[in-house]
Each structure stands twice: as C-alpha cells, then as structure tokens.
Design a binder for this molecule. Structure first.
Ligand SMILES: O=C(O)CCc1cccc(O)c1O
Ligand SMILES: [Fe+2]
Length: 328
C-alpha cells in the first residue's frame, strides 16, 4: 500500500500561550510544510495513534489501547466539537486483525477524543471531517501502563493489518517528546479530582472545563517564566528518541522500563508511544526514511516540540522532488 507518516507533538497551549512571533512562525512553517506534504500525498485513509488527557478515557474503564469505530471531539481548549469521519469498516477490520495477531485492544462505538487527536488532524486537514480516519487511542497517562514495547507490537500489528489495503494511507502519531505538564495522577490526586476528573469526568460543565484549562495556561506561563517546581525539558533525550525512530532502532527506546521515560522525559513523555506505534506500522511496509525533522524545546507550550515526516525509502526520491523545502 502507498503509505506515509507524520508524527507530531501537540500542545493545547498553541494559540493560548505562544512563544515569540519568530518561534511561532517557525512552527507554523513546519506545520504548513507537513500540510503541503499531506496534500500532495492525498491520503484516502488516516490511521492516527494518539493519547487522551482525561477527556474521553477515565478510570471507570481504562483500556491500554482502544480503536474507535465512531468518534467525537469533546472540544477541549476551544477546539471544535463534532464527529470525526471514522471509517467504521476499516476500524473493525483493523481491530479484528490486530486481535487475531495477539494484541488485545478495546473497541468503541462512541469514542470521545480530545486535543490529542484533534490538533494533528487540524494541523494537516481543514476540518474534523476532511478525511476518513481510524483513531487508535493509546493510554499514556493513567497508570499502570504496560511496557513501551507493547505499543510497538500494536503498531506492527496495525501495519500488518493494512498491508493488503491499496488505499493511500497516512499514519499519524500524536504526542510529545520530553514534557511534563500538570496532568492529574490517581496516585496523588485530591479526592475531588479523583471523583470528578479521573473517575467520572465525562461531560464537564463549561465552567469546570474553563477552570481546568485556565490552570494549565497559568502553569505554562509560570513554567516559561522559570518558576520552580516543574521538570525541565530534555533535548538530549529527545534527540536520542528522534535518532532511534529515524534509524528504525526501536530497541534503543522500547527496551527501557517505564521509569526511564519518566526520569528522562517527564510523565507525559509516555506519549511517545504513539510515535513508536506509528513508526512500527510504517516499518512493517519495508525500510523507511525520515525526510523532514523539526525539533525545538518550547516551554510556553510545555513541550519538546517535534514534527517528523517519513516515507518508505523507495518513495523518497520522488518525495524529495515533489516536496522541495520540506527537508530541513
Ligand atoms: O490538558 C492537559 O491535561 C495537558 C495539556 C498538554 C500540554 C502540553 C503538552 C501536551 O502534550 C498536553 O497534552
Ligand atoms: Fe498531550
């Protein structure tokens, strides 16, 4: 199948707590280039791996992996609400194939998704409904988490499930490299946070949502201003991860235990599982090459921010010609 990959950080602080105009424009340029690449590739299906931040998945029943056969954006951080154009048949086919290959995943006919899915979708397309999509949730925040290697297994199985599909398929991974924004944790959350947010946080009032999001924006301002009590981003670790994924050397990342990720990249660095899955799905189609790679630590966005584009190595010569300027 014709396949391509875009893996990108997300941050709901984009537009709410921006860095300098220069950096903002630099990232806008990178995302515009990714959008142009996707327009040229003209995908017939997007398979997106993304996390959730207690907007769609809660401890009433927290699956490690879940494929959406139908999905709705909750509209956090001012993003649009509404249904995604989920390819239901593809979701069931991929789900069945992944299960048959021995990787367990849940299926949802009413998946609620947040900025984790919606931001990359809108980085690359005009609306929530611009392209048929199969959303695949990977739990990256709610402990306990399985080993990172399991996300690679999920991605490989999804790749194998897609191998006989002759549509042009865009694989997307969504999430940060090193970052540790204030996402609540069951282990140390106050009782009312556990009840209202972690356990039964669905359909918060407008006011509840606003309060929570204002807190994140405030924290990001404090972080960027250098206030104590936050973890630094880790560009060295981010480089290691980007190098490993670029060279297909998954073992350099996935054989580490979960504490390594937290120690090196902060709690939310587990979001890199979405990239691992997407790159594993790509690697199942043969050798690949990263043709564009952007990275900058951006404290205003609470993120080691990166966007990469990869294609099968065989497609590279053509892609280089048709996407001048993308290679950085
Ligand atoms: O709203 C939240 O719970 C966290 C928001 C958030 C901030 C920075 C980077 C992220 O990846 C992210 O998800
Ligand atoms: Fe996130």
């Amino acid at each position: 199948m014709p396949v391509a990959l875009v893996a990108t950080s997300h941050s709901p602080l984009i537009g709410l707590n921006d860095p300098t105009t220069e950096i903002r424009d630099e990232v806008r340029g990178v995302l515009d280039d990714a959008r142009a690449f996707v327009r040229d590739f003209d995908p017939e299906l997007v398979v997106m791996f993304a996390p959730d931040h207690y907007n769609g998945f809660f401890y009433d029943m927290m699956p490690p992996f879940c494929i959406g056969a139908s999905a709705h954006s909750v509209g956090d951080y001012g993003l649009p609400t509404g249904d995604l154009s989920v390819d239901k048949a593809a979701a069931y086919d991929i789900g069945a194939s992944v299960l048959a290959q021995g990787v367990d995943l849940a299926i949802s006919e009413d998946m609620q998704v947040d900025h984790g899915f919606v931001q990359p979708l809108l980085f690359l397309f005009d609306t929530l409904q611009s392209v048929p999509i199969v959303p695949i949730f990977i739990n990256c925040v709610a402990s306990p988490l399985g080993p990172a290697r399991r996300s690679m297994d999920l991605g490989s199985a999804v790749g194998a499930a897609l191998a006989d599909d002759d549509r042009r398929i865009l694989l997307v991974g969504s999430g940060g490299l090193s970052h540790d924004p204030p996402v609540p944790r069951m282990e140390d959350a106050a009782p009312e946070v556990i009840e209202r947010l972690l356990l039964r946080g669905r359909n918060p009032s407008t006011e509840q949502r606003a309060t929570r999001e204002e807190k994140t924006v405030k924290a990001a301002r404090a972080y960027a201003a250098g206030e104590a009590g936050y973890r630094e981003l880790n560009p060295e670790w981010d480089k290691l991860v980007l190098d490993a994924l670029s060279s297909g050397d998954f073992a350099r990342i996935v054989d580490h235990d979960n504490d390594w990720f937290v120690r090196e990249g902060g709690h939310s660095s587990h979001e890199i599982r979405t990239w691992i899955a997407a790159y594993a799905a790509l690697s199942g189609q043969g050798p690949y090459q990263v043709q564009s790679r952007y990275y900058r630590p951006i404290k205003e966005w609470f993120a080691g921010f990166s966007t990469t584009i990869a294609t099968p190595a065989s497609a590279l010569a053509h892609a280089r010609v048709s996407n001048k300027g993308v290679v950085r």
